[in-house]
Write a protein that binds this ligand. Structure first.
Ligand code: SAM
Length: 258
């Protein structure tokens, strides 16, 4: 692994899927309905981004899913095939346990998406549909020119990266490289959905600190353009009262690959 992998390498040894879910996606901590904190906002942003109608098609890839099915929940209403991915094997194993039906989690988040889509299905039915539509859970390294190698999957209709690229990169130039690598997996005319944090240099997961690339809104917009895409939608939200990170805000941006 190259020196560029400094930030990523920590995810192999220090990132606990259970602690991440407990810290950011657990009722009574900061799941929907409690205080406005980063993870709640990510879920609201995902819901809003998919409701816009641009993100639909056959195949969608979520890069750096972590231990989360948060992208798969809205994706299952708009895509036929969902691919999840992560750099850390313990996250892939966590996702696979859910995929095999050996555990359920994020039940109230699933219910939130069902309600916001005005559907009447049960959480169990949505879980089954998501498991059926997930066609692969891949190792990925966004620092590699072909992030999914040795898999030859590509030409995705949509790619999501939620809080991943700023975790893999330590600076703007590396962030641009990561985004270029990721968009190489997108078909021309396809969309990239970036959900990320602004001006954040770190976040904490139950006492373990992870460094992130500190980026401004205009730097993220430049990165999208340098990756050969046009910015077609931007939404911003300020983050208040979040003690576990130094971000000033959250954004989502949708880029169209030319
Ligand atoms: C903050 S978590 C984001 C998880 C999830 N997408 C979310 O929105 O909550 C960052 C993720 O990026 C992954 N990651 C770190 N380095 C990476 C790399 N080089 N390639 C792909 N993913 C990487 C980590 O393993 C971790 O799961």
């Amino acid at each position: 692994m190259s020196d560029q992998h400094g930030a990523s390498r920590r995810y192999l040894t220090d990132f606990s899927p259970e602690k991440y879910i407990a810290a950011f996606f657990t009722p009574g901590n900061n799941e929907l309905g409690s205080d406005i904190l980063a993870a709640d906002s990510v879920i609201c942003f995902l819901s809003d981004a998919f409701a816009g109608g641009l993100l639909k098609g056959k195949r969608i890839l979520d890069v750096g899913s972590g231990p989360c099915i948060t992208s798969a929940i809205p994706a299952s209403s708009h895509f036929e095939e969902i691919y999840l991915s992560d750099f850390a094997p313990q996250n892939l194993e966590f996702l696979q346990k859910w995929w095999r039906g050996e555990m359920t989690y994020m039940q109230s988040i699933i219910q939130f998406f069902i309600d916001s889509e005005h559907k009447s299905e049960s959480v169990e039915e949505r879980n089954s549909e998501m498991r059926r539509k997930v066609k692969g859970i891949f190792p990925i390294d966004v620092l590699k020119p072909n992030p999914l190698e040795p898999s030859t999957e590509g030409d995705f209709d949509t790619i999501i990266a939620s809080l991943c690229l700023e975790a893999a990169a330590t600076d703007f130039d590396t962030y641009v490289t990561c985004l270029q690598n990721v968009t190489s997996l997108l078909r021309p005319g396809g969309y990239i959905l970036l959900v990320g944090v602004l001006d954040q240099s770190y976040y904490d997961v139950e006492g373990t600190r992870f460094a992130t690339a500190k980026l401004s809104k205009s730097e993220v917009e430049s990165a999208i353009i340098l990756a050969g895409c046009e910015v077609v939608k931007t939404k911003l939200m300020s983050i208040i009262n979040e003690k576990r990170a130094d971000a000033s805000g959250l954004y989502y941006m949708i880029g169209l690959k030319k």
